[in-house]
Design a binder for this molecule. Structure first.
Ligand code: FMN
Length: 338
């Protein structure tokens, strides 16, 4: 099984939902939420793609970075490369039902673990989705992370406790899910959080707490004030607010302002090792990969997820050699030009 056969299988099984396009830039699926696309005009998904694409590498070939180090540490765990599986839900209404919710969670959690990294599970209007995710994590001895929708705090804390019971590595909230159409469809109340709300959530657990969906320096600083362990610079794959900046547009300023006080991860259009390296050069400690894991699961189940991640890992290794980068934990800003 290689990445082309995984994508081909996914394309066949996701007819009408995803083109598994050669260039996954948000054009084919624009406006498809529910579905695989970005919301409205699809511009926020496209901006993730464009802002990354416009960053170019400075090639370097006279150096001794022959065997770059890809290992890093996150939430106290050593991972083989700094790429985590993003939380994703809604196999039926977003992906066309090529796998069940239960199968998807197992594929991602196990596929990530087998590739030497950590997968996340998400939350949606159907409460069963979160439970399937926790079951997959429990089956893998707690090796996974749970991201909960910005429900009422009492509902979030209930789910944090369930996640703790499953033995998860970390918990968090996708704050950018505050106005999600898919939650509305299920009649589930979600909304924005105040700093006080966030403080209450951080206090509710001893686990590292993640705030996913931070796109400004101001809100990154608020997360520090609330005691958040890690932020994910993300516009939710362009699915929540049309005409949003791309993650790569805002990441560098956020890292400059808060990078020494809080862990900063990023996501949006990570499709290759080059994309990972660009986000690392902008200052991220690691990245999340979303849609490609859907192709992996639907196109090749656990092995498909592994194929996707291992391909990205190998590309990252090659690209580090060609930019003279020795260690993923010390990527120089000078390897890129905007
Ligand atoms: C179909 C679909 C479902 C998603 N569901 C969730 C979710 O339940 N929770 C969440 O935090 N993010 C969710 N996301 C956002 C991803 O976690 C991630 O931020 C985004 O997909 C990254 O962009 P990429 O797909 O371009 O890599 C979803 C994304 C997609 C495409």
């Amino acid at each position: 099984m290689d990445i082309n056969s995984v994508k081909e299988q996914a394309r066949l099984k996701m007819k009408g939902f995803c083109g598994a396009c050669k260039v996954c830039d948000g054009n084919w699926c624009a406006g498809q939420v529910p579905g695989m696309g970005g919301t409205g005009s699809g511009s926020s998904f496209k901006n993730n793609y464009e802002s990354l694409k416009n960053i170019k590498f400075v090639m370097k070939t006279i150096h001794d970075s022959k065997n770059p180090v890809l290992k890093s540490k996150i939430f106290g765990k050593e991972i083989d490369f700094p790429v985590l599986g993003a939380p994703i839900t809604g196999t039926k209404f977003n992906m066309g039902g090529g796998v069940t919710e239960e199968e998807y969670c197992i594929d991602v959690i196990e596929g990530c673990k087998k590739s030497g990294t950590i997968g996340m599970i998400g939350d949606t209007g159907d409460p069963a989705c979160f439970e399937y995710g926790l079951k997959a994590i429990e089956k893998n001895n707690g090796y996974g992370i749970a991201i909960i929708k910005p429900r009422e705090n009492s509902e979030i804390i209930k789910r944090i406790k369930m996640a703790e019971k499953a033995g998860v590595i970390a918990v968090g909230v996708d704050l950018d899910g505050a106005g999600l159409v898919t939650m509305k469809l299920f009649g589930q109340p979600v909304g924005p959080k105040t700093i006080e709300d966030l403080k209450e959530l951080v206090r509710a657990t001893k686990l590292p707490f993640i705030a996913k969906g931070i796109m400004s320096v101001e809100e990154a600083k608020m997360c520090i004030e609330a005691g958040v362990d890690t932020i994910v610079v993300s516009n939710h794959g362009g699915r929540v607010l049309d005409y949003c900046q791309g993650s790569a547009d805002v990441l560098e300023d956020i890292v400059k302002a808060v990078g020494d006080k809080i862990n900063v991860l990023a996501d949006g259009c990570v499709r290759s090792g080059a994309d990972v390296l660009k986000y690392l050069a902008l200052g991220a400690k690691g990245v999340l990969v979303g849609r490609p894991l859907i192709w992996g699961s639907i196109g090749g189940r656990v092995e498909g997820v592994e194929v996707i991640l291992n391909t990205i890992k190998n590309q990252l290794f090659q690209n580090m050699i060609l930019t003279g980068s020795q260690d993923v934990n010390k990527i120089e800003k000078t390897i890129i030009k905007k």
